[in-house]
Write a protein that binds this ligand. Sequence first.
Ligand SMILES: C[S@@+](CC[C@H](N)C(=O)[O-])C[C@H]1O[C@@H](n2cnc3c(N)ncnc32)[C@H](O)[C@@H]1O
Length: 219
Amino acid sequence: MAESRKNKVIIVGCGPGLKAYLSPKSMYHIKKAEILVGSRRLLKLFPRVDAEKVVLEKNYSILIQKIAEWSRSKQVVVLVSGDPCFFSYTKMIVRKMGRERCTIIPGISSIQLAFAAVGESWDDACFLSLHGRNNEYEQLVKKVRAYSKVAILTDHKNTPSVIARYLLKHGIQKRQMFICKNLSLPEEAIHATDLISAINMSTSGSAVVIIKNTNNETR
Ligand SMILES: C[S@@+](CC[C@H](N)C(=O)[O-])C[C@H]1O[C@@H](n2cnc3c(N)ncnc32)[C@H](O)[C@@H]1O
């Protein structure tokens, strides 16, 4: 292993799912990996990479300890969906290993793709993740009241329908809701709707929701 890479882990942003969104720099590091760590879905993107593949499940803390050990003698590359610096376990790796032992290669976030899909800027947006988090609903209401655009990462429990119902229950009505499902994948679907209609919409797979205040309503 080259001296400069010794002791370092490379965390690579893999984008929203379609391989064409991976940067050449990301591909370069993935091809050079001796150990490739990632979710089953991300590892499947690289069948021809000749590295030892380690599946990341819910075993974060044990695996991060192992990554720290392996990286002392081998080139470890960790695959992360979207951008590593946006709601991912990158921060746990950096905390464990220290900044100087981590190289982060950015990726295209699902959030960027969602805003591009609906033709909106994201420089004036606020962000929230409900992916695996059920204690953020108060924040959701505060942010939707305060910002003209709020982008939300969802999961199979905190679905667009659950989000719409919660906002309506808290007196927020006049908002546009964009539901951006399975971005970049063959089953991609984008819906522009309102909160009442969103209650009855079902979602499967990954989704980003954008709530937009079209009239600058205060409720
Ligand atoms: C753990 S977060 C990771 C976010 C990632 N770091 C990023 O920058 O997109 C996972 C969530 O991202 C969103 N997501 C990831 N890929 C997506 C896709 N292809 N389409 C829609 N949403 C996606 C979903 O809300 C999913 O539950």
